[in-house]
Write a protein that binds this ligand. Structure first.
Ligand SMILES: C[S@@+](CC[C@H](N)C(=O)[O-])C[C@H]1O[C@@H](n2cnc3c(N)ncnc32)[C@H](O)[C@@H]1O
Length: 195
């Protein structure tokens, strides 16, 4: 039987998709990751027994529900942040409805600023699901903040292959990371810090 959080409101993802179809402006869309991608990352959280997970790009908290549900099992905590203040204001109530509010902090902030302010080796798993062209500039901080056997997971590597090409090249050419591409959902590359 597939692992899935009993707490995820079954229709949240469907509503997200329905909400965004008519909207022309990409930045107004909720752009939830697929259930398969969220399931894969929640499995990584459990397998890593990750105490500390950082998600950049909260949207309406759909993926955060999956991750917080896994962190309930590992005794850990999610920090999820978004640059959109309205989304940050709305998401805690969604997490509360899903019963996972005790395992996540929802912050208003910019991914680059947050990573720059994050201490060395203090995060066990980072999820990137924000503006893809910025990720290459995140890389020096990402490799700094991930602790030993820390994991980086990124959404949309297949759906937006070109936008992620430079970033994936940086990841693949770093000998301290073991890299894979998981062809689930919109494509999820991972990098595990092995040194
Ligand atoms: C693809 S959606 C996130 C979807 C969410 N992870 C999910 O699966 O439910 C991208 C989000 O990133 C946010 N974002 C864009 N640029 C950002 C930045 N520089 N720092 C933090 N969040 C950002 C957007 O406001 C948007 O809500």
């Amino acid at each position: 039987m597939e692992a899935r959080p009993a707490c995820v409101p079954d229709d949240l993802h469907r509503k997200g998709r329905a909400h965004e179809d008519p909207l022309a402006d990409r930045l107004l869309r909720l752009r939830n990751m697929t259930p398969d991608a969220a399931r894969l990352i929640s499995t990584l959280i459990r397998a890593r027994r990750a105490p500390s997970v950082l998600e950049i790009g909260t949207s309406n908290g759909y993926s955060a529900i999956w991750f917080a549900d896994a962190l309930r099992d590992t005794g850990g905590r999610l920090t999820t942040l978004d640059i959109d203040a309205d989304r940050v204001t709305a998401t805690p109530a969604t997490l509360e409805r899903a019963g996972v509010q005790g395992y996540a902090d929802v912050l208003h902030g910019d991914g680059a600023d947050t990573l720059a302010a994050t201490p060395d080796a203090s995060v066990d798993l980072v999820v990137l699901d924000a503006e893809r062209p910025a990720y290459a500039d995140y890389w020096p901080h990402l490799r700094r903040v991930l602790g030993p056997y820390g994991i980086l997971a990124v959404d949309n590597a297949v759906s937006h292959r070109d936008q992620l090409a430079a970033f994936r090249e940086l990841l693949a050419s770093d000998p301290d990371f073991a890299v894979d591409l998981h062809e689930v959902g919109d494509g999820v590359p991972t990098g595990v810090r092995i040194r």
